[in-house]
Write a protein that binds this ligand. Structure first.
Ligand code: F0G
Length: 454
């Protein structure tokens, strides 16, 4: 019956509370209808993100006790460096405090005013850093990528013809680098295929361009390559990882998706790239053997990377999400298909077809869902965009309510509860109206902007 089976058991638990609906209503008002501003004590399930909130393994916890605490030359750092070398085959590793710090370093190094960064899709922070350095982002997704319902197993693929056209039209010297994102976050955690990355590599070789790989959501993408890409079904996760890594010039990642509270890094085989970026690590992050992380976190990352090579570990998120998506589809609730990684993505424009996009349907749905369930999701739509220079609203391609599935944290009954509450809300969707800003920050406004009902 496709019920996911947990290949782990729980040995430490945390008590959670379900506040009465009156309190939840008050809490969302206090939070300016922005789920980022809710307090944990008011949450039942926290499905805001899969970042920094995944369960850690006993082995990660044990490794943290062994951490070698020294400013420079720490043995712990060497362990991680060795693990990166073993798994990704990259000689040089630069630590950073998290994913966006890597994006800062890479963008400052390679993006000059007027340059373009083609991507399969942007991520909020990755785009912000390119723009901050005077560059622009061009998204070259396939036609299938933005369809809510689809049978295409790799909606995160780049359209190779569009990529070539873009390079020909603008000239290769205008391209800072090509960025490929694993488990394409903002279109529903959708993977790219190994085959697609091979084709991108060919284009890079033809035009002498750098391929930068955002591996933050690599675990999910690996699972999908293994289970959906015919020619990879007999490859081990380790072999797939190595092939992906060999195709990239620079790999960076957020370690917050590995059960860690912080952390990230950049690896490469190019001494030139390493030397260019190295100075920025010591300027913004810390010394080269910690880069803004604690040694405990560095130990946990090394173990987390190793555990990512285990199919019984990386299948947990995607299988829970697949189960949830299947249940929602059966109830006629509009949801992104095929099921991706990271979380379950509800199509807010389909759910709330009476709320115009300028009134942030995904934000409104996130607030309403919290009120009826105590579950916190995240708006991934127009609210998460930034206005253009003239102050015009940029309407996003999709309006999604993301219900993230922190890995190995929630049980199947939690998922069933979420499905039950969504079903009630869908039947009563006419109760939900739009939102408008009362306080609107100019950068990454979704994090701390405040709204009210229209
Ligand atoms: N790249 C991708 C694909 C991400 O999903 C994230 C973070 C980052 C980069 C930035 O990493 O948070 O460590 O600075 N995604 C989180 C999320 C925040 O909830 O989607 P970070």
């Amino acid at each position: 019956d496709n019920v996911p089976l947990e290949m782990h058991k729980t040995r430490i638990v945390q008590k959670i509370y379900l506040q009465p609906i009156e309190r939840r209503l008050q809490a969302i008002r206090e939070a300016g209808y922005n789920t980022f501003l809710l307090k944990n004590k008011d949450l039942f399930l926290d499905m805001l993100t899969d970042s920094g909130v995944n369960a850690m393994s006993d082995k990660q916890q044990a490794a943290m006790l062994e951490a070698d605490d020294s400013y420079a030359g720490s043995e712990t750092f060497t362990k991680l460096e060795e693990k990166i070398k073993e798994i990704f085959g990259k000689e040089y590793f630069l630590p950073a405090h998290q994913g966006r710090a890597c994006e800062n370093i890479i963008s400052q190094t390679y993006v000059k005013p007027g340059m373009i960064v083609p991507m399969n899709y942007h991520f909020t922070t990755s785009k912000a850093h390119v723009v901050l350095n005077g560059g622009s982002v061009e998204e070259i997704f396939t036609d299938e990528a933005l369809k809510i319902t689809s049978e295409q197993p790799f909606k995160g693929n780049m359209d190779i013809d569009k990529l070539r056209d873009l390079i020909k039209t603008n000239g290769a010297d205008k391209i800072a680098f090509i960025r490929l994102e694993a488990g394409t976050n903002l279109i529903g955690g959708q993977p790219h295929s190994l085959e697609n990355m091979r084709e991108i590599r060919k284009v890079c070789d033809e035009y002498g361009l750098l391929l930068v790989y955002d591996a933050s959501l690599l675990a999910d993408n690996l699972y999908f390559i293994k289970t959906r890409e015919e020619q990879c079904k007999d490859m081990s996760i380790r072999e797939i990882t190595r092939e992906l890594a060999d195709l990239a010039d620079i790999i960076y990642f957020s370690a917050r998706k590995l059960g860690c509270a912080r952390g990230g890094g950049i690896c490469t085989n190019s001494r030139d790239a390493y030397l260019k970026m190295r100075e920025l690590v010591t300027l913004y992050e810390g010394f080269l053997t910690y880069g803004g992380m604690s040694v405990r976190e560095i130990e946990a990352i090394a173990v987390g990377l190793e555990e990512t090579m285990d199919i019984n570990m990386i299948n947990q998120g995607p299988q829970f999400i697949e189960y949830m998506v299947k249940e929602l589809v059966e109830r006629g609730i509009p949801v992104v298909t095929p099921a991706g990684g990271l979380g379950c993505h509800i199509d807010a424009m389909g759910f709330l077809d009476h709320v115009p996009q300028t009134e942030y349907p995904a934000g409104a749905l996130a607030a309403a869902f919290y009120i009826v369930s105590g579950i916190r999701g995240m708006e991934r739509g127009t609210l998460s965009e930034q206005r253009d220079e003239a102050g015009n609203e940029i309407l996003s391609h999709m309006e999604l309510l993301r219900l993230a599935m922190p890995r190995r944290v929630y049980s199947l009954s939690h998922v069933k509860y979420a499905v039950d509450r969504l079903t009630w809300l869908y039947e009563n969707r006419h109760l939900i109206g739009g939102l408008k800003f009362v306080e609107e920050p100019s950068v990454l406004r979704f994090f701390f902007g405040r709204l009210e009902t229209t």
